[in-house]
Design a protein. Structure first.
Length: 350
């Protein structure tokens, strides 16, 4: 029996001692660790079933020798952040919103991460004071920026004091109305969501949204749900994002349970991402056709409240496209063929 650690596992040796990696895999996992960061928090370790070689939690966080294989279509910057970065830490892809990447550290390192070349101890680090000044100056000078999305890395690894300082600076910019945080912390380190952190996410005159990244219903533990409740009870809206991943959640029942778990937690399902072309992640990818079939299967299974939007981040930084499920096809001017969730086909004219 392995004693549960009170700290995150961050090295191949930690993973071997925790029985997550066999000693025979040490060389391959060490090679992976030289390229991509590793971290498994105690909360995620507690969820892993070591008797299941396809445990969906382990697959997300425990490094795998298959990550050493890069296929030709994979890219170091799959969604083209760098092509749209006018100053360090800012990505300005759409006119009315920017990403503010204040930190490139995460509490866990997801094996499929689309920014895996940028995050972690060897990644792009935390913005310096001067870089932050330049990022805020850029936001201030662009009056079309309505929404600032804090991502990274995981912005909720920052201390409440630093988060509050960021929010205070955003509060001084009148055209910014919405501040959105993208995070995995409520799931992977729920105790971090305390009163001080929640208070730091709010700023006078701004509306805060928190987008929670979770991929399997087991991640929504009682502790995670309680952490989300602390955020929502403070008046912050929560939405979800999920990455479609082979062997983790490419199953309509698993996705249905996950989407219901979000709604039960008062989190509105938002994005279901088709996996990005990040290096060394081909073992996670599925075809768009398989993704479409899964999304179509969700239609009849779960309430409209639970339905996410299935999207593709177009490689190269061209933004998001809704993949849809081909249930509505134009068959002539103003005329459509509409398939219902049972497969029946109907004619519709507008
Ligand atoms: S938490 Fe987000 S940014 Fe960090 S490794 Fe996971 S997917 Fe990447």
């Amino acid at each position: 029996m392995t004693a549960a650690p009170f700290r995150s596992l961050k090295s191949p040796q930690d993973l071997i001692e925790a029985d997550l990696v066999e000693a025979g895999q040490r060389d391959a996992v060490t090679e992976v660790a030289d390229r991509y960061a590793i971290a498994v928090t105690p909360a995620m370790l507690a969820l892993i079933d070591r008797d299941d070689p396809l445990d969906p939690i382990a697959l997300q966080f425990v490094p795998d020798g298959r990550e050493l294989l890069t296929v030709p279509q994979e890219r170091a910057d799959p969604i083209g952040d760098r092509a749209h970065s006018p100053v360090t830490g800012i990505v300005h892809r759409y006119p009315d919103r920017v990403l503010l990447k204040a930190v490139h550290v995460c509490p866990v390192y997801c094996r499929f991460c689309f920014r895996r070349e940028m995050v972690g101890p060897q990644g792009e680090g935390t913005l310096s004071a001067d870089e932050l000044d330049d990022a805020f100056a850029y936001i201030r000078e662009h009056s079309e920026i309505w929404e600032v999305i804090l991502t990274g890395g995981d912005p909720l690894v920052l201390s409440p004091r630093r988060l509050q300082a960021i929010m205070a600076r955003l509060a001084e910019i009148p055209h910014v109305k919405i501040v959105r945080f993208h995070t995995r912390v409520p799931v992977v380190e729920p105790a971090r969501i305390d009163a001080a952190l929640v208070a730091a996410l709010k700023a006078s005159g701004k509306v805060t949204y928190v987008a929670l990244h979770a991929n399997h219903p087991r991640e929504l533990t009682a502790e995670a749900r309680a952490a989300c409740a602390r955020i929502i009870d403070a008046g912050i809206v929560m939405i979800s994002q999920t990455v479609l991943l082979t062997a983790v959640n490419n199953d309509a029942d698993v996705l249905a349970e996950l989407m219901r778990a979000f709604v039960e937690t008062r989190i509105k399902p938002y994005y279901l991402h088709h996996p990005d072309l990040a290096p060394g992640t081909s073992h996670f990818r599925l075809s768009i056709e398989e993704g479409r079939a899964l999304v179509a299967a969700l239609r009849g299974k779960i309430s409209g409240l639970c339905q996410p939007t299935y999207i593709l981040d177009i490689p190269g930084g061209h933004g998001k496209a809704v993949i849809g499920d081909s249930t509505v096809e134009s068959v002539g001017e103003g005329c459509y063929s509409v398939a219902d969730w049972r497969g029946g086909v109907h004619e519709y004219r507008d």
